[in-house]
Design a protein around this ligand. Structure first.
Ligand SMILES: NC(=O)CC[C@H](N)C(=O)O
Length: 194
């Protein structure tokens, strides 16, 4: 999946399970080189990382099987930018990898359990509302002071930031609006946390 023609920052996409291929396409559109991460060695040399949506229980089983829990924690702690979407956000919560000081409620949108779409204003994102696709999405049920809430639906946080980690409970790789991927690639290229 890597893009040999590109000279941009190297962004890994956790590819144990879930919606990883569409993330790679979005990252390519933003000028990044990408690789699929399935083992701790796959994290080496990356400037940024995407944790895709999918099914968080299955993803956690794969992370345990491959010995990826500690390497993923270390990657986040290094300050390199991370974008976590949907199941990827769940995986980072307190009850799982503990990278983010928050607790997710899974499949939280009872009003439209399977999926719905909404235009969201995200704090810090220029260019107007972002069209967000929610698929059996979580929300953030509770969080500590280090977590900045960027957007809410019905009063529940669905986009957050803690340090260099951005987490969203929707699927930004599905709409063709690549602003969140572009922001990740820009931060990776700048080599600055945040
Ligand atoms: N689109 C998604 O990633 C859904 C997440 C899934 N409902 C879970 O709990 O893991």
């Amino acid at each position: 999946m890597s893009d040999p023609a590109g000279a941009g920052p190297r962004v890994g996409v956790l590819a144990l399970q879930g919606a990883f291929a569409a993330h790679a396409r979005a990252l390519h559109r933003c000028g990044a080189r990408t690789s699929e991460v399935r083992t701790p060695a796959g994290l080496q040399g990356l400037d940024a990382l995407v944790l895709p949506g999918g099914e968080s229980t299955t993803m956690m089983l794969g992370i345990a099987r491959e010995g990826l829990a500690e390497p993923l924690r270390a990657f986040a702690a290094s300050g390199r930018p991370v974008l976590a979407t949907c199941a990827g956000l769940i995986v980072l919560d307190r009850e799982r990898l503990g990278v983010l000081d928050l607790r997710c409620a899974r499949n939280a949108f009872g009003r439209q359990l399977h999926s719905f779409e909404e235009d969201l204003e995200l704090a810090g994102l220029d260019g107007g509302p972002l069209h967000a696709v929610f698929i059996r999405a979580p929300w953030v049920a509770e969080h500590g002071p280090a977590v900045e809430v960027l957007a809410t639906v019905d009063g529940h946080p669905v986009a957050v930031r803690q340090g260099a980690v951005t987490g969203v409970s929707f699927h930004p790789e599905l709409t063709g609006d690549d602003r969140l991927h572009a922001a990740l690639v820009a931060r990776a290229a700048a080599g600055t946390p945040g």
